[in-house]
Write a protein that binds this ligand. Structure first.
Ligand code: AMP
Length: 173
């Protein structure tokens, strides 16, 4: 199934000059949702993943479905001050602005094999910060998956030491 056809381009959101890749059009399509989850799951043969960590908020949706398919737990990585218990945090530069993400200190144990998932790879700053959070807690980043990758922003350069996969790529805006 051609998943790319289910992604909607929204120009000038959340600010002028950004073409926002809207995945809600894929998520609401039952075949699209199913194929995306299956394809992400199929990337993981024999990886012995022990937890999936997804990045707020669009990384939660397919991340949690893939965790359920793998039979492992799901860990949310969230925007500042959203997680109730003790956290650690990392700052990062975004395609539009700067931000910080947090994870519960007890979400990952030494030796956990982690799949990190987010909806989209742009400059790679968010995912680089997520990798640092996982590694600070003793987890191993076994694979990083995205639904969408914006090749022209070279986000992979920040993630060179990892196994990075994406289902849909764009070579230009
Ligand atoms: P980055 O840290 O630059 O790789 O940005 C990735 C994060 O920002 C992801 O969580 C995306 O959801 C979001 N993001 C960045 N650029 C876009 C875009 N053009 N369309 C949709 N989401 C985006």
């Amino acid at each position: 199934m051609e998943l790319k056809k289910l992604i909607r381009d929204v120009p000038n959101f959340p600010k002028q000059g950004i073409i926002f890749k809207d995945i809600t059009t894929l998520l609401k399509d039952p075949k699209g949702l199913n194929s995306a989850a299956d394809e992400l799951f199929n990337l993981l043969y024999n990886k012995q993943i022990t937890k999936v960590a997804g990045i707020e908020s669009r990384g939660f949706i397919l991340g949690a479905i893939v965790a359920q398919k793998l039979g492992v737990g799901f860990v949310p990585i969230r925007k500042p001050s959203k997680l109730p218990a003790e956290t650690i945090s990392e700052s990062y530069a975004l395609e539009y602005g700067t931000d910080r993400i947090e994870i519960h200190k007890d979400a990952i144990q030494e030796g956990d094999k982690i799949l990190l998932h987010d909806d989209l790879l742009a400059t790679g700053g968010t995912m680089e910060a997520a990798c640092k959070l996982v590694e600070r807690l003793g987890g191993e980043v076994v694979q990083i998956s995205f639904l969408i990758e914006l090749n022209f922003l070279n986000g992979r350069d920040k993630l060179k030491k990892y196994d990075v996969r994406s289902l849909i790529q764009y070579d230009s805006e």
